[in-house]
Design a protein around this ligand. Structure first.
Ligand code: 3AM
Length: 464
């Protein structure tokens, strides 16, 4: 049960936890072992990417993105390929998603929304001017850095999540259509620039209103509302904001406002400062060529190293913090996607209890040994919520249970975890308060006996 930990390496990167999973790609945390710099590693299935007719366009866009060093665009550092995968190394952005702010605090004041909208338009304008389109601008692609600045992710990469069917046109495969332009939904081929602007209009509406301009549980009705640009502005919107939104959410892409016109708009111009930044001149594009050439000599080294026997009991317990919801926010990482607790129940009983708790909440449960995957059948804000759990044995009668969001919205995960924790009260061994008492007792014991604690434990103890 307590398997040895596998450490994975891709080239010079040490690969860590999964940050998120989409239909097409997995995003993992990784660290450049030469510089120590943290990165986000986007992992794609090579066969799926290369088989469709977009390969040339994707290659061109990735090459262009490598040249772009814009303050509001997530940096793409390099691309690597193995026999079966493509790895895209991205700047690691730590401030969470812009829309988590809306979910938590509701709509924004116009000044705040305007600042984000300026940054969004700067990013979009810059990439468009270099022939790169996003085609899938939506909340999860709007990240915030540590200083609260907007960083648009996936520019030039979203074609990867779309399909070219036999008619040679782009077809959106999945995801919520709420941000998608009518001409994209009509599926007659479209211009990336005007379609991106529509999505910017929807984003601006959400920032100012706190809800979506087009929404309906019935997909056909939603399509109709989008096609007719049928939306109503909330009464608190200023006249000039309303005017701009209406010009962006024009269902006809031919008459829709353009970026140069937005830059001249009265509402937009207030406090606008054009960005100042340096472009990266001397970028080497050999890696992009190599990935798409697919010659074996250019494959990146993928290594799996077995770690010495699993962590010891002290370290495992120090990672588990009971079922206290306060643990779900971390000052460094923002909203947490994983948490752990300890239990003195047998593993089978823990599994059974989790299953019993998850099913009434609408989750399908898949079990494999001591791992479980809980899949919610209802689509949430970011698709279906998927939760992965794993049980580790610390001692014959002590287990640590890890609960991790594998897919979906982090705040929906927190809500699920809150429900789960209520159902698991009799399974959990230690609450956080108990743990603190436990550490204090250990400190005294260690001090009296003169024993040295494992390093992780001493950090935790000193932290209290
Ligand atoms: O699953 P959630 O929505 O919490 O924010 C992105 C999303 O998180 C995150 O990975 C998940 C799947 O897209 N993400 C994507 N690119 C990132 C980056 N460059 C990133 N997080 C940090 N830095």
């Amino acid at each position: 049960m307590s398997q040895p930990k596998i450490k994975r390496r891709v080239g010079k990167y040490e690969v860590g936890r999964t940050i998120g999973e989409g239909t097409f790609a997995k995003v993992k945390f990784a660290r450049n072992s030469e510089t120590g710099e943290p990165v986000a590693l986007k992992i794609l299935d090579k066969e799926k990417v290369l088989k469709h007719k977009m390969a040339e366009q994707i290659k061109r866009e990735i090459a262009t993105m490598k040249l772009i060093k814009h303050p509001n665009v997530v940096r793409l550092y390099e691309v690597m390929g193995s026999k079966t995968k493509i790895f895209i190394v991205l700047e690691f952005v730590t401030g969470g998603e812009l829309f988590d702010k809306i979910v938590k605090h509701g709509r924004m004041r116009e000044e705040e929304a305007r600042r984000y909208f300026h940054q969004l338009i700067n990013a979009v304008d810059y990439c468009h001017s270099r022939g790169v389109y996003h085609r899938d601008l939506k909340p999860e692609n709007l990240l915030l850095d540590a200083y609260g600045n907007l960083k648009v992710s996936d520019f030039g990469l979203s074609a990867l999540s779309q399909q070219v069917r036999d008619d040679g046109l782009l077809h959106t495969t999945c995801g919520t259509p709420n941000y998608v332009a009518p001409e994209v939904l009509n599926d007659r081929g479209y211009d990336g620039a005007t379609a991106d602007l529509w999505s910017c209009g929807v984003i601006l509406f959400v920032l100012l209103a706190g809800y979506l301009p087009f929404d309906d549980p019935n997909l056909m009705t939603l399509y109709k509302k989008i096609s007719a640009a049928e939306f109503t502005c909330p009464p608190w919107l200023s006249f000039s904001a309303m005017k701009l939104i209406t010009r962006i959410l024009d269902p006809n892409p031919m008459t829709r406002i353009t970026i140069p016109e937005i830059l001249e708009d009265e509402w937009f111009k207030k406090d606008y400062k054009p960005p100042v930044f340096e472009e990266k001149e001397d970028t080497n594009l050999d890696d992009v060529e190599a990935v798409f050439k697919d010659s074996e000599e250019h494959h990146v080294m993928e290594k799996r190293e077995e770690q010495p026997a699993a962590m010891n009991a002290f370290e495992l317990i120090s990672m588990s913090k009971g079922l206290n919801l306060g643990n779900l926010f971390d000052a460094e990482q923002g909203f947490k996607r994983e948490t752990r607790f300890t239990s003195k129940c047998p593993a089978n009983e823990i599994i059974h209890k989790i299953e019993e708790a998850a099913k009434p909440l609408g989750f399908d449960v898949h079990k494999k040994n001591y791992k479980m995957r809980l899949e919610n059948s209802k689509a949430g804000r970011k698709g279906n919520l998927n939760v992965a759990t794993e049980i580790f044995q610390v001692a014959p009668s002590l287990h640590m249970v890890e609960v991790r969001k594998a897919k979906g919205d982090t705040l929906e995960f927190h809500k699920f975890y809150k429900n789960l924790s209520t159902c698991l009260e009799d399974v959990v061994w230690k609450t956080e308060e108990d743990m603190q008492e436990c550490w204090k007792a250990w400190t005294i014991l260690m001090e009296c006996t003169g024993l040295v604690y494992p390093s992780k434990m001493s950090i935790v103890i000193n932290g209290y």
